[in-house]
Write a new protein. Structure first.
Length: 1173
């Protein structure tokens, strides 16, 4: 249109017409945008272009930034030229301000610490023309905040940057805040920045940090600068840099501490990647005062809101943080004496604390490992290898380590890992060698007899091997007599272990093989010999009284010697020898003595768990060989004693177990020195023997079996109602034993009572794994007693779905399992299918969902059995097809895969001891594995005892759990902010239910006066929230109060059971969009550029109290919610223009995130919608 109008103007007047149009730009407000955009192609003359730029600049200074921004969006060249002029104007203002208050030098950090109240300096009180143009400067900075810097010239960029830095210190809030926002945009385009502007940033920050009134703004700018693309912080990582950070951590409020922690994390990451900025270790004077200051600082790192009491300042927690970092990063700052001093007097005393070893015992690949010990050994190995060419330095390190060991004052197992690290470095680095003094220290260590057995053997063997290897490495050198003896001992031990010496290795600790025996060892050997003689006598003929006397003699030695390990492991097999057991049946005195000894041995096994396997194996052997001894030995109480509390390995034994794996790594021939060599079979074999013995009692000990079952179930039936989710007296072993007993009960009378008790327990029990085992028992009873199934169907026909929905859901599961068995018929299946129809439409979500999971399984059974009364029913088929089309049926949650149970195929001991159902909760670990049962059966085959059959087959090895797309609690992936995520739609996920939608539909025609369903000016950001229950609640409250969208870190959480249990159907009516946590700052910055106000819900010193006169929420709001534990992180806080908090008057001072979000949303609705209605 403009072109057609210009064509009608005479050519000699056309330029003047365009000039007049340019001069009138902006006089019509936003209506001129189209005219101005149309003018751009007609501006062929440079004078006209300059005239338009000048006009737009005047409009900017007058506050019409939106109009100018819209025009520049159409012409990148115009925006670049206008930015050049804006940069000149801002530089002029900044230069005037700088001339009036010159501040070329940064204030030394020592002049501003500790923090005190201060008055503004003269540098922030500039007067003159700069102060008169405050509004103009603010408008220009507003334009800079939203500008696109992609094509800007470096000169203009630097000029803008420098001007914004100077204007930061302006006393007018509108200017300093505008400069802050402008710098935020400039930092995002940091690829244009050179090193010089970065140096100006640091100089400006130091000036601002030196003053109280500008310190908060300085830390906010510092945070943005630290995360610039090319900030090159390593150039500035000097003493003032770290001291300013420490000042903010020590004296700042919660928000400032978060900012400083984020800066510190980024700074350390940058420093760690630059060898030139690696920290130096230096000695600190000042004694305990200096130590407390440093520990106070580190405590701030651990908890930003923590109050540090005086008496807890010297706690080891902060030291652990530093020490672990040293070992993980393989810290090696240099070969200075300062590092040697630090290593000897600071690091090693911390690293050898016993609590660090005992608290880091972890099982990896079925092997117990000490994580701290492994890290310590790895760090020592790396340190010696890294400096292997500096022989003087490595010699100092080796002597520091050996001096610590020979003092014999450190934690026993610390010696193991220190020596292990030294030895590994020696094995790998061929340049390392030990001198005479170091070898003598090793010889001294080799004679250390006070160490625990496995740890002592490790130290002993490592010392021997180091001496032998060093001798071969330094051939020709003269060795001392002690070293020669150690080398000879090593050769002898190797010959015994590899079999070349003949006879095999002797029993006991390796260090004692060729040592003089102590009086205690001699007496233990004598008692062991008495055991062997006693067994030989039993083969012949031994009177009961003589047998009792000999047993008491051995028992006296056992108690006197305080239960020595070798004798203790051997004695149960002697005490419960079947030949002796025959005598106990006829001799009451002998019987009483044996029973009392078994009882005491079981008590001793609580603290010495290596006794469990020998004792249980011996009891099982004699009871199954002679069933009559079950009553004599009171085997019921024996089983109950372990069922109520199966002992766990002590910390000492676990440390020995972990050390045995380290010991085996010394040499290939040392594989024989395993845990079993020192302590016999593991306790898991004893647990397997306990279960297997119970599975065979029914053949000959039915009375004992029924009594045992009653005692096992009695506490479950008499527990308080409602029971807690986790009770300390409950154990999985109790129900495993009860299941084995149930399988062997024959009496119908007992079965009926048992069935009633199991149903009652199932109706109460909340824990999934216990419900699984109870369901297993009930299914097996119904399989064997078909007449009892009628009662099950009558219970499913109940119309009371509110009393105990979880119990009704379990009954459905049991019924479908029974339908899959070979004895089920079409009549049972038809009745069950008819009963499940109303259950699938139940008002209780637990019942409804369970019916919808089970019904397709029932249909599969009906099709496989050709039950046409079910498969030909149109209603059944329609419901089946609908459920199968739902997403959650195609991709079932993980717990649905874990609790599947086939009453025939899964009825195995393998499934009982390590089935996938253990994954239903994390309260207990399996007490044994299938491998333990296989080992047990191999031992039985060797003796060929003809044992009674087990009530349950062993079964095949457990199959891997199939992969699933939907789990109960899906892990939130590590998000890549550069990877685009698909936008979700409101109907992307469907709840697995057939609930009608009549309540959410309407036939009314919308009328103009009704407000829209969702408010398009309120966005809720919940990416930081982790708990699916809370996310479900946020979905519900956001939809109910009219939010336009909800952003989550992982939208897949909407498919979880926890989310759906709270959200109901709200997520179907509210857009739920992906927003990964790493992308949060950039997203919020973009929304601010679009005119939205980012409001953070966080308690800080600058938070406004929601509902107060000063807290007016803008129309366009992006509401950011913090995580449940840490709140809003510093980088996200930096993007929040407004922070709000909720006034609280109670003691708790904390609200659930759902509740807090609901309060803010309601206040927003009250401020912006109540008046409109």
């Amino acid at each position: 249109m403009l072109r057609s109008l210009l064509l009608r103007v005479p050519p000699d007047e056309r330029t003047e017409a365009i000039r007049a149009a340019v001069d009138s730009v902006g006089s019509g407000g936003t209506a001129d945008i189209g005219l101005t955009v149309s003018l751009l192609p007609e501006l062929l003359d440079d004078d006209l272009k300059q005239r338009l730029r000048a006009r737009l600049l005047r409009l900017l200074e007058g506050g019409q930034t939106d109009l100018v921004r819209a025009v520049c969006a159409q012409d990148a060249v115009l925006q670049r030229d206008l930015l050049h002029q804006v940069a000149q104007r801002l530089a002029s203002f900044a230069g005037e301000m700088h001339r009036q208050s010159p501040t070329d030098q940064a204030v030394p950090i020592e002049n501003v610490m500790p923090l005190r109240e201060s008055t503004p300096s003269t540098q922030s009180s500039a007067t003159g023309r700069c102060e008169d143009d405050t509004g103009t400067i603010g408008h220009l900075l507003t334009f800079v905040k939203s500008a696109d810097f992609s094509g800007v010239e470096p000169e203009s960029f630097d000029r803008l940057f420098n001007a914004a830095l100077v204007l930061l210190e302006h006393k007018a809030i509108i200017v300093s805040a505008g400069a802050h926002e402008g710098l935020a945009s400039l930092f995002q385009a940091s690829s244009h920045m050179l090193r010089a502007p970065h140096q100006l940033v640091w100089a400006s920050l130091q000036r601002m940090l030196a003053q109280e009134h500008s310190r908060g703004l300085a830390y906010a700018i510092w945070l943005r600068w630290a995360f610039c693309e090319n900030a090159e912080l390593c150039v500035f990582l000097g003493r003032p840099y770290w001291d300013f950070l420490r000042q903010g951590l020590q004296y700042g409020d919660g928000e400032r501490r978060k900012q400083c922690l984020a800066i510190l994390k980024q700074s350390v990451a940058i420093a760690a990647g630059d060898e030139s900025s690696m920290a130096k270790i230096y000695s600190r004077e000042g004694g305990t005062t200096g130590m407390r200051q440093m520990l106070q600082f580190i405590m701030m790192l651990m908890r930003t809101e923590a109050y540090v009491p005086h008496r807890s300042i010297e706690a080891p927690v902060p030291t652990r943080f530093i020490g672990n970092w040293i070992m993980r990063s393989h810290f090696h700052p240099g070969t200075s004496e300062a590092f040697i001093s630090f290593f000897r007097f600071t690091f090693l005393p911390w690293a050898t604390q016993g609590s660090l070893f005992t608290s880091t015992l972890r099982k990896e690949a079925e092997c117990l490992r000490c994580k701290h010990g492994d890290r310590l050994a790895g760090y020592i190995q790396h340190l010696l290898q890294h400096y292997s060419s500096h022989l003087a330095f490595t010699s100092l390190i080796v002597n520091v380590l050996l001096d610590l060991l020979v003092t014999r004052r450190s934690f026993a197992y610390a010696n193991v890992y220190i020596l292990e690290g030294l030895a590994r470095a020696f094995d790998v680095s061929r340049t390392l060698a030990l001198v005479a003094g170091e070898l003598e220290k090793l010889a001294s260590l080799a004679s250390w007899a006070a160490l625990p057995e496995v740890a002592g053997d490790h130290v002993f063997l490592r010392c021997l091997k180091l001496c032998r290897d060093n001798s071969s490495r330094t051939a020709g050198s003269v060795q001392s007599e002690h070293v020669v003896k150690l080398i000879t001992r090593w050769n002898e031990i190797e010959a015994l272990l590899d079999g070349t010496a003949g006879g095999g290795p002797p029993p006991g600790a390796v260090a004692t093989w060729h040592s003089e025996r102590s009086n205690r060892d001699v007496r233990e050997d004598a008692a062991i010999e008495l055991c062997h003689v006693f067994r030989i006598d039993l083969e012949q003929s031994l009177e009961p009284r003589d047998a009792e006397a000999k047993l008491l003699e051995i028992w006296t030695d056992l108690e006197y010697l305080e239960y020595p390990k070798r004798l203790l492991i051997l004695f149960p097999g002697v005490l419960l020898d079947p030949k002796l057991a025959i005598e106990t049946l006829d001799c009451e005195e002998l019987s009483n003595s044996v029973v009392e000894m078994v009882r005491k041995l079981q008590f001793v096994s609580r603290s010495r768990t290596y006794l469990i396997s020998p004792l249980v194996l011996a009891v099982r052997h004699v009871v199954l060989a002679l069933p009559a001894t079950a009553a004599v030995l009171n085997v019921k109480q024996f089983i109950l004693g372990y069922a109520e509390h199966l002992p766990e390995a002590t910390v000492d034994l676990r440390l020995e177990d972990a050390t045995s794996h380290v010991l085996q790594s010394i040499a290939p021939t040392f594989k024989a020195l395993s845990y079993e060599y020192y302590f016999g079979p593991r306790a898991t074999l004893g647990a397997a023997a306990l279960l297997d013995m119970t599975s065979r009692l029914g053949s000959n000990c039915s009375d004992v079996l029924v009594s045992l079952l009653n005692d096992l179930l009695e506490p479950w039936t008499s527990q308080t109602v409602p029971p807690p989710t986790i009770s300390p007296w409950k154990s999985t072993l109790q129900l495993q034993l009860a299941l084995l007993c149930c399988e062997q009960v024959r009496s119908d009378v007992v079965i009926e009572g048992l069935l009633e008790r199991l149903h009652y327990i199932l109706s109460l029990e909340p824990l999934p794994r216990f419900r699984y085992l109870l369901t297993w028992m009930l299914v097996r009873i119904y399989i064997k007693h078909e007449l009892l199934r009628a009662g099950l169907l009558s219970q499913l026909a109940t119309k009371d779905h509110h009393a105990n929905p979880k119990y009704v859901a379990s009954l459905m599961k049991i019924a479908v399992m029974l339908a899959s068995t070979e004895h089920a018929d079409a009549n049972f299946g038809s009745k069950l299918a008819a009963a499940m129809i109303p259950l699938a439409a139940s008002s209780k979500i637990i019942i409804r969902h369970e019916a919808q999971w089970q019904f397709p399984m029932l249909m599969d059974i009906a099709r496989s059995r050709s039950w046409h009364t079910i498969t030909d029913n149109v209603a059944f088929v329609a419901l089946d097809e609908y459920i199968r089309n739902l997403d959650l049926f195609e991709h079932p949650p993980l717990e649905r895969l874990l609790d599947r149970f086939d009453p025939v195929k899964d009825h195995t001991l393998t499934n009982l001891v390590e089935g996938p159902w253990y994954g239903l909760d994390n309260t207990e670990e399996p007490i044994c594995r299938r491998e333990d049962l296989v080992d047990l059966y191999k031992r039985d085959a060797e003796h060929d005892n003809g044992l009674p059959p087990s009530c349950m087959p062993l079964g095949a090895p457990p199959a891997p759990i199939p992969a699933t797309a939907a789990s109960s609690e899906p892990p939130l992936p590590v998000d890549d902010p550069q990877r685009p995520l698909p936008a979700s739609q409101p109907n992307d996920s469907r709840a697995l239910q057939t609930k009608g939608s009549a309540s959410t539909s309407t036939t009314l025609t919308p009328t103009p006066h009704l407000r829209p369903l969702h408010n398009n000016d309120l966005i809720v950001i919940a990416s930081l929230v982790e708990n699916p229950h809370n996310l479900g609640g946020l979905s519900r409250i956001s939809e109910a109060l009219g939010a336009s969208a909800l952003h989550l870190a992982n939208p897949n959480v909407v498919t979880t059971k926890a989310f759906l249990s709270v959200s109901v159907a709200s997520h179907l009516h509210l857009p739920i969009l992906p927003l990964p946590i790493p992308a949060l700052p950039s997203y919020l910055a973009a929304k601010r550029g679009e005119g939205w106000t980012v409001v953070g819900l966080e308690q800080t010193d600058r938070s406004l109290v929601l509902g107060s006169e000063g807290c007016k929420l803008p129309r366009k709001v992006v509401l950011v919610l913090g995580s449940e534990r840490a709140g809003i992180p510093a980088r996200v806080l930096a993007e929040c223009g407004v922070l709000v908090e909720i006034e609280q008057r109670g003691v708790t001072r904390s609200l659930n995130v759902q509740t807090a979000a609901g309060v803010v949303l309601f206040e927003y609705m009250r401020q912006h919608e109540v008046g409109a209605r």
